[in-house]
Write a protein that binds this ligand. Structure first.
Ligand code: ARG
Length: 462
């Protein structure tokens, strides 16, 4: 029998236009799925042998040849050809070139639609695992700072205005929490990534006696997908993965922004390691936090990738449409970008130094203890709204005298709140304010200690 190129059956009388070949090829980027494609094909072949669509001997020969092709690809000795369109047909053609008609049996009961979706799910599964691993490294880096910065108090901000004092460790654990949610979010997405579409074929299934449960098990999927029409064009799992990545990128961008501010002369809280800073080509005094700015900037790219994917899927009718080929470049880019950002962040976090003196010197500015003072009054029976107003008046008096609340004479307190006694000074000053906290999850030193212990267990640092 005459043979036509893999994607053109005998219905065609001519080959594709060269312009179309260049336009429609995806091998330049989906070659990244080669390992997944080979793994999948090997499992597929094993299943075909189990159900009797191949002999054991045929299956073994195909698998061995696939392994050989896989090695060549890994070692850079394989020539991908654009005219073969995508990674799937490049590998299949190589198999046919080596095994002839036996190679032509590989695609039995399979379409490129279920094939590409399976490959991509395998890829997403690995990518999620890698991002989760890097997130854990970053969490460990933040946690390690808790001991390093023990006892340091920082101002915390709302609206970027000084609000209340918190332990530095409370800041670091706040990031541990965010990245933990990111890890969990990706884990949740994994439940839907980890379904196997292989064997749904083009869109309706197959009349051949395949065992979809077996192939799903062989590829370590949770289960086969339940509706062939749905899974043919389902890329929800790509979106969820990209969204999970985007949340990490957003969290990183907020942290980066915070540290950019902190490393400015105006804040002066933090010095980045010199090896992670850059200079200016014109201003000799400059030491710039470029890696942090790039992390902030690259978040735009990851979100852009997610946006591309969202719009790509908009309005697509059921089952495979070629638009879906465009899912890979943004997905790969989001992963690569995020992986780099996480690596840089994990390098920067443990090596940055807090300027304890500078932080301490500025700490009494901004009336960070005002809320604690208000709560002191509330605890003594003053209604919240009255206490709120009274402390506002006290802050005004302190501002006029250019002193912190703890240096305001007792008469001033009595002028606003006649019952005031010297006990009021026990909650004034940032250190005492921090110690006055007690609620679960607050910055109270014993609360933070409990959280540090919990995180050490959770991240297996103890
Ligand atoms: N390269 C294609 C993609 O990534 C593979 C699936 C092609 N399927 C098809 N029916 N043309 O989407």
């Amino acid at each position: 029998m005459n043979q036509s190129p893999l994607s053109r059956s005998g219905v065609f009388q001519s080959g594709p236009d060269e312009l179309l070949q260049r336009f429609s090829q995806s091998v330049s980027f989906d070659c990244r799925l080669a390992a997944q494609d080979i793994r999948q094909s090997k499992a597929h072949v094993q299943m075909l042998a189990t159900v009797g669509l191949l002999t054991e001997e045929e299956a073994t020969r195909i698998q061995q040849t696939l392994d050989q092709i896989g090695r060549e690809i890994q070692e850079g000795r394989f020539q991908f050809r654009t005219e073969l369109e995508d990674v799937h047909m490049n590998i299949e053609q190589a198999l046919i070139d080596r095994l002839g008609d036996l190679g032509r049996k590989l695609h039995t009961a399979r379409s490129r639609n279920d094939q590409v979706s399976t490959d991509l799910r395998l890829w997403c599964r690995e990518a999620i695992g890698e991002i989760q691993r890097l997130l854990r490294e970053l969490q460990r880096a933040f946690l390690s700072r808790c001991d390093q910065d023990a006892g340091v108090i920082l101002p915390a901000y709302t609206h970027l205005q000084r609000a209340q004092p918190v332990l530095a460790a409370h800041y670091w654990l706040a990031y541990c929490e965010r990245f933990q949610r990111d890890r969990q979010r990706l884990q949740d997405a994994l439940a839907r990534v980890n379904q196997c579409p292989l064997g749904t074929a083009a869109l309706a299934g197959t009349s051949l006696p395949v065992d979809r449960h077996l192939v799903a098990r062989l590829l370590e999927f949770q289960a086969p997908t339940a509706n062939s029409l749905d899974s043919s064009g389902d890329r929800d799992f790509v979106l969820e993965t990209a969204f999970g990545f985007s949340m990490v990128a957003l969290h990183l961008s907020g942290w980066a922004e915070e540290w950019i501010l902190w490393s400015s002369v105006e804040f002066g809280f933090l010095r980045l390691p010199e090896a992670l800073c850059t200079g200016s080509s014109i201003m000799p005094q400059k030491v710039n936090p470029d890696p942090l700015e790039l992390i902030r900037g690259k978040a735009a790219r990851v979100v852009g990738d997610l946006t591309t994917l969202l719009v790509l899927l908009k309005g697509l009718p059921l089952a495979y449409n070629r638009d879906l080929q465009e899912d890979k470049p943004p997905l790969f880019d989001a992963f690569d970008t995020l992986r780099d950002c996480l690596q840089i962040a994990a390098a920067a976090v443990p090596r940055a130094k807090l300027d304890r003196e500078r932080i301490a010197a500025g700490l009494e500015a901004g009336y960070l203890d005002a809320t604690t003072l208000m709560e002191y009054l509330i605890a003594r029976g003053v209604p919240q709204r009255v206490a709120h107003h009274a402390v506002g008046q006290l802050v005004r008096r302190a501002m006029q005298q250019k002193v912190p609340l703890k240096e305001l004479p007792l008469e001033e307190f009595r002028a606003v709140w006649p019952e005031a006694d010297p006990g009021v000074y026990e909650v004034l000053g940032v250190r005492r304010a921090v110690e006055a906290f007690g609620s679960y999850g607050s910055t109270a030193p014993e609360q933070v200690q409990q959280q540090i212990a919990r995180w050490k267990k959770c991240l297996e640092l103890e």
